[in-house]
Design a protein around this ligand. Structure first.
Ligand SMILES: C[S@@+](CC[C@H](N)C(=O)[O-])C[C@H]1O[C@@H](n2cnc3c(N)ncnc32)[C@H](O)[C@@H]1O
Length: 229
């Protein structure tokens, strides 16, 4: 993994730096599209599959794991940033478990358990690290399990740049001034997301584009995939 300005490592450097303002922003419901659309959309997409066990990959301060665990499943959360995992642990209920773990370590087999469902909510932002998660998903899932990914919608977030895969500079526009050093992110076209699914030996079971009620545009893209038997 390179340590250039545009790399998986620089994404993590940014999250280490911005953990405290992120915990505050999520706690105070600062991201309007999450409250209006995407929080509910990911909770519904997961619960529809009725998993008994869930792994929240890149769980951050744990809001999704908490929301799911309150509704039934046992939920584990991993994230590479100890401050975020600490915040999640601090509020954890009896059906939640958290571990500081990077995607690279997860892909290398350090989680010696399988789950009914893996969920990644706006947490697959990088290059090789994301390919590693897709490739490892089969080994982390119980038979008949699902990988559920919510991410930025490629058509909506492409902007004026060419519609092709590649690193893009990050921005904290719309967030408080407490944030610094925005994380770069790896833009993927829809075709590229579907290729990731196929190459990982998964079959796309469902694709959703939850609409933002104010803009009428998709607030996100949700992919639900399951290992090919
Ligand atoms: C936009 S936040 C989303 C957090 C959470 N899923 C949510 O819905 O609020 C992205 C998260 O991915 C985590 N992350 C990014 N790259 C990672 C990596 N290589 N290994 C582990 N966690 C990573 C960050 O630490 C951060 O918590």
């Amino acid at each position: 993994m390179s340590d250039s300005e545009f790399s998986d490592k620089s994404i993590l450097r940014s999250w280490h730096k911005n953990a405290a303002p992120w915990i505050r922003a999520i706690g105070e419901g600062d991201i309007a599209s999450r409250k209006l659309v995407t929080d509910g959309a990911i909770v519904d997409a997961v619960l529809q599959r009725q998993p008994a066990t869930v792994l929240d990959i890149g769980c951050g301060e744990g809001w999704l794991a908490r929301a799911l665990a309150e509704r039934g499943p046992e939920v584990w959360g991993i994230d590479a940033v100890p401050e975020l995992i600490g915040a999640a642990q601090h509020r954890a209920g009896p059906r939640e478990r958290y571990r500081p773990l990077s995607y690279e370590a997860l892909a290398a087999g350090e989680m010696r358990r399988r789950f009914d469902l893996l969920v990644c909510n706006f947490s697959l932002l990088g290059g090789e690290s994301v390919e590693g998660i897709f490739a490892a998903s089969g080994k982390l899932l119980n038979p008949g399990g699902h990988l559920v990914v919510q991410t930025l919608h490629p058509m909506v977030t492409c902007g004026d740049a060419d519609y092709r895969d590649g690193w893009r500079p990050g921005s904290w526009a719309g967030f408080s001034g407490d944030f610094s050093e925005p994380a770069p992110w790896y833009f993927r076209t829809l075709e590229s997301w579907l290729r990731l699914v196929r190459r990982a030996g998964l079959r796309l079971e469902e694709m959703k584009e939850p609409l933002h009620p104010e803009t009428g545009k998709p607030a996100s893209l949700i992919l639900v995939a399951t290992p090919i038997l």
